[in-house]
Write a protein that binds this ligand. Sequence first.
Ligand code: SAM
Length: 357
Amino acid sequence: MGTERLDFIIKGDCVAEMAKMPDHSVDVIFADPPYHMQLGGELHRPDSSHVKSVDDEWDQFESSKAYDDFTVAWLTQAKRVLKKDGSFWVIGSYHNIFRVGKILQDMGFWIMNDILWIKNNPMPNFKGTRFTNAHETLLWCTTSKEARPTFNYHAMKTFNGDKQMRSDWYLPICSGNERCRNAAGESIHSTQKPEALLYRVLLSTSNKGDVVLDPFNGSGTTAVVAKKLGRRFIGIEREQEYIDLTYKRLAAVETIDDKVLSISQKKEMPKVPFGSLVANGMIKPGSTLFAQNGQVKAIVRADGSLITDKGEEGSIHKVGATVQNKASCNGWTFWSINQNGKDTSIDTLRHDSVKIA
Ligand SMILES: C[S@@+](CC[C@H](N)C(=O)[O-])C[C@H]1O[C@@H](n2cnc3c(N)ncnc32)[C@H](O)[C@@H]1O
């Protein structure tokens, strides 16, 4: 068994190079394989200028069967080197994602989500013969239905302005200063992905120090974002030109400071029913709970339920919601109690009750 060298781009064919890697040795794989676009002929804009499309040698396969055989070969190695609870990501367009998706499901991979990367600034359909192709699809998979991958749900919710992150990601294609160009101003890699895309992928399904493998490294976007986020990386790429470009990009990357890197995790709340605070004497039956600067009050009953002077009754959560005319309420953070002249949130008492126990 060969390489475990980290933060390194291996030159070679990804099937052969992954075959040298140990079983279950990486936490995340992000794969951006050839698209198998089968383009024919030159494409021009209405002003006759040439459109740079994906006609690279690495995207040529003699048949769809050859593409499928290659897909089986690299997916087999990817599944072997990925940890059982690791995350597998693959991105593609309509040209290849359905073939890849079928093959990986047949191999036992389990799809967690298909994410649509919706391009804010897609390339127009110059011929005007089809809809503008404005998205690519990412499949987020595990090695099996039983696997339990990292999913930083709360970090992604915070990232998304406290709203659950959805499966439609609106991001521009890689352009401007981010796009790597040669001296003539041409793109060096035809399919350089935007860092913002990889940022979401790695932030959501990996942790600091995790090892991320990209078997189709290209210009190195995965490696660049992995370094930025304090993850370790291994890239595999056949073309030296792209490996050189990757190291050039990596040299300009600074890893985000440790303190800033830590992401929001939901605090583990003690599982304490409100009634147990009544039962253990921390809150006496007949006590008054209050909220909203004392404008709302309720009496604690012996069974841990509340009742207001208007007769609204139920759990701390139900009465909290009712008095606010809301569908739900976290009663623990809504209600407080005055004990010995001091106002205390019942959430504090909940934590204290665990310490006492
Ligand atoms: C779609 S591009 C990846 C682009 C990359 N995600 C980026 O952001 O730059 C696919 C890359 O895989 C490389 N490639 C194709 N077949 C390969 C193989 N069998 N082994 C290793 N690399 C391969 C190509 O040279 C190309 O750079």
